[in-house]
Design a protein around this ligand. Sequence first.
Ligand SMILES: Cc1cc2nc3c(=O)[nH]c(=O)nc-3n(C[C@H](O)[C@H](O)[C@H](O)COP(=O)(O)OP(=O)(O)OC[C@H]3O[C@@H](n4cnc5c(N)ncnc54)[C@H](O)[C@@H]3O)c2cc1C
Length: 375
Amino acid sequence: MDKYDVIIVGGGPAGSSCAWHLTRNGLKTAIIDKSTFPRNKVCAGWITPEVVQSLQIDLDDYAKDNILQPISSFITGIIGGSYTKSSYASPVSYGIRRCEFDDYLLQRSGATTILGEKIKSLENTGDGWQVNERYSAPLLIGAGGHFCPVVRKMGAKLGQREAVISAQEIEFAMTDEQLVQCNAAGDTPELFFCRDLKGYGWVFRKQNYLNIGLGRQDNHKLNAHIAEFVRWLKTENKIPQDIPEKMLGHAYLLYGDNHRPLLDDNVMIIGDAAGLAYAQSGEGIRPAIESALIAADTVVNAAGNYRKENLQPYAAQLEARLGKRKLRTGDAEDSALWDFFMPKLGRVAIANRWFAKNVVIDRWFLHRHVAALQY
Ligand SMILES: Cc1cc2nc3c(=O)[nH]c(=O)nc-3n(C[C@H](O)[C@H](O)[C@H](O)COP(=O)(O)OP(=O)(O)OC[C@H]3O[C@@H](n4cnc5c(N)ncnc54)[C@H](O)[C@@H]3O)c2cc1C
């Protein structure tokens, strides 16, 4: 049996950030991931400066071997409608490629990485866990994303009473011909809301790579929404005419729309496994790494006693940061009246230049009013 202080399942941003803080505090940590890295993750690949700050990423070092696209403007609008541009004097976000970003974070995590190994068994021994009958630790952390086996083991009924966001994207290196046809600018991601405001699509260029995608609160006719979006982008000459057809899909949860467990004796859940993405933008990387750092700090303070009372500060601090979790009852939002008026009002607001910059971008997408979490 290989013994560790902490075993983390999942080496995405949540798992690697948690390990980074644990190993800096002297805890022997293993990360087990079913994939070998570098691996792709379905994502637009946009991060806010607070992520860079919280993880103390040296951007010059990062950019030596990886794509880093500074962002200083956004275009926002409604699909098929008009749009407006919000600009800033200096970078307010960055574009990264997840295959590179996740690998970079994993490599500097300081953890023992056990890659290409699926979770076959999780056995609770009373004072800790045995994983795959080979690895053991007094504390297990679930960071395996939306379908995390640890949160499933805790009894979460994945997909039941959960308002899932369904999204698809494609990211590809443009050919010389495609580069000529692409009018999207690297420093200006473009975000276009669906007319019913139940989701939005994006065009996001990172140097010679183009990322196009769309996510919605309901899975109904997702392919049709995407096809309509791509057609419109082409008529607006924003993207090349011959983009690859096959998009990749993934699901995740917004904070407040689910009640996934966060902890129990000898176990904690972080990142997408806990369903933490920001409700208005779907940004999931920042909440994933913040949950990871709060969890790691709680573990360090617990000093080896991982009974649930001792791990409770994690839940309390997460709630202080993200707000109270409360399932939407649907009483107000789902009423016919609300459904009738909301998209109309919203469409007018989004087309307004002041609202687009100060509310849509600054508050919903950049969360500029919330300072970076630092330990
Ligand atoms: C289309 C799309 C676009 C998005 N765009 C953005 C964006 O631009 N910016 C942003 O901030 N957020 C975005 N998000 C959300 C973001 O991708 C997630 O919130 C983020 O990846 C969460 O990180 P995580 O570490 O919790 O999980 P993940 O990144 O999903 O990592 C989980 C890891 O666990 C591993 N794993 C899973 N199951 C097992 C198993 N059984 N055994 C072992 N290992 C396992 C996986 O291989 C993976 O490496 C987007 C999501 C989607 C779907």
